[in-house]
Design a protein around this ligand. Sequence first.
Ligand SMILES: C[S@@+](CC[C@H](N)C(=O)[O-])C[C@H]1O[C@@H](n2cnc3c(N)ncnc32)[C@H](O)[C@@H]1O
Length: 297
Amino acid sequence: MAHAHQQHQHPLPHTHTHEGSAHTHDSGATPDGLPEILDLDAALFAPHLTALTGRIACLAGDDVRHVVDLGAGTGTGAFALLEQFPTARVTAVDNSPAMLERIVATARERGLGDRVRTLEADAGAGLPGIADADLVWASASLHHLDDPATALAGIRSALRPGGLLAVAEVDGMPTFLPEDGEAGALEARCRAALAGLHAERLPHRGADWGALLTAAGFSVEQERAERWELRAPLPEGAGRYAFLVFERVRGSLGGRVGAEDLAALDRLVGGGPEDVRHRDDLVVRSTRETWTARRPA
Ligand SMILES: C[S@@+](CC[C@H](N)C(=O)[O-])C[C@H]1O[C@@H](n2cnc3c(N)ncnc32)[C@H](O)[C@@H]1O
């Protein structure tokens, strides 16, 4: 399956990439489907995660002993980074005990229990007891925190001088349906309605993290945005991933899109001929942004 990923996942060559300074998820509603979405997302976009953590390893150098995964979720970033830094240990930070329990279970299953510890904390209010991190990884998590400036000051204090912070965000809900025609228009309306929801509930989503990092005293070394398109034959799990995303979107958008759109969303997850799990015309599109910044030595 890994081979199939490499053949069919293409970062498009355009979008902005600022050399000298480089650049991932969520959709809103019930927490229940989130762990599976996070794991499927990491599996589908594995080439992106591998390339990104590889670039971070180049910047971080050999001497990385302590990695912090901030807002770790199911730990996809933590486990990818443990591969990149074979002698490092990871502290996975999350305010969800359920997520942290999953990470502990996965670490045990993979024989990595001695290299992973967990910290249940509000990552926006500092990282208690951590002052020696060589690398902090924050994927799709910073926008959840109440105050970016306070959160970044806490991260800065957790890093050793010269340590790295890698921030990854996605630009919104991935899309799956043919862009031309009604399906594409439906997805565009859903993305717009989700943007409205996030503006109310997650105001820092889509923030200018480069500027915020600089203001917090970091030196931004790379900033990068990549638009990914995964085309048929899609990796295993793509239909399930689309189903879970649409299910969450459907759960979030009651009252925010029209009744016809809600009915169309119901058909996409309803088990019938339009269900995304049975279609052969899906294209998974997602723009992933990353910033890598250093605490000055
Ligand atoms: C969208 S998930 C991303 C998970 C993971 N980093 C990934 O990229 O797959 C966001 C994670 O941040 C966690 N989170 C949200 N607010 C938080 C806070 N204030 N402190 C710590 N973790 C938080 C959530 O519990 C969730 O696990």
